[in-house]
Design a protein around this ligand. Sequence first.
Ligand SMILES: *Cc1c(COP(=O)(O)O)cnc(C)c1O
Length: 358
Amino acid sequence: MIKISKVLQSKIDTVDFNNIPFGKVFSDHMFFAEYTDGSWQNMEIKPLEKLNIHPANLAWHYGQSIFEGMKATKHFDGSPMLMRPDMHIKRLNASATRMCMPEFPEDVFIEAIEELVKLEADWIPKGKGSALYIRPIMFASDEFIGVRPSDNYIFIIMTLPVSLYYSKPLSLKAEESYIRAANGGTGEAKTAGNYAASLHPWKLAKAEGYDQIMWLDAIERKYVQEAGTMNIFFVIDNTVITPAADGSILKGITRRSILEILKVKGYVVEERPISIDEVVQAHKNGKLTEVFGTGTAAVVINVKDFGYKGEKYGLEVDSYKVAPFIKQYINDLRDGSEEDTFGWMTKLELQTATAQKL
Ligand SMILES: *Cc1c(COP(=O)(O)O)cnc(C)c1O
């Protein structure tokens, strides 16, 4: 059992749920745990508060910091729902191993998420596509200057209500200079440094009028990897293609779910290396009908055009079929209006008023 200390006064009445700025509004509580003397300790759900941290905090200097991103949604009957939380803790622990950090126990993670989400159930916005975004983060906390793995770590889970935002179709720049990840590097880990390294090339792409980068492989700048911080899909000649998870792309859980749904629905899907030349050629032949990015936060964002070697290639987002189908399907699983034949959803039972009285 995780200890729970509640806030005296909830902040929920100060939030306008019709107008929630993304990433800025936090719920009342957080889960907190410390790794010290070789084990996770002091596990507690408590009021979200600022941390008191030493300037020599190891994570800030040498980057041992990893995170996850998941969502709790509301079933149409009002119960909170989680989607594939087991996949998120497995990926968190894979990131931890890569960054030489301790794993977090799977069962405690699931319990912490479930208890936190039940406690913050009123913070889950209603309405298809809106959600309580869940952000687990683990970072080194030794007070030490010198490169070595930390002995102490902090693990926190915070939650943020997010409304359905109209995700504007993206313009992507196929990036020929900078890279996101190389085989053997940290591309498969959800680790802070990957995002820091992407900011400068992103800024340059934005100055050229693009929204995001289409990342190409580190060796030949030939094979497509991802779209910004999302996985990428192409529909060519009615085949749905996504780059193979070869060691340099982040193994998105949305990506995996989409592949599984499409296979069951009878689509032809391929996970394989896909070169930018193949994409351009398919566009020229009129066979490239869709390009879209996928991730937990937005589920699916359409790509309206991409630039490569000074040429722009436009796409007819209004005639996309696979992208809107998959977005609707996942959002329907998340509010219970699509039957969960995959067994991905966990529905949490809120304590009833009578149960509390007993
Ligand atoms: C988190 C992330 C994704 C998407 O993963 P999901 O599990 O689908 O949210 C894709 N690419 C990068 C770089 C990411 O960090």
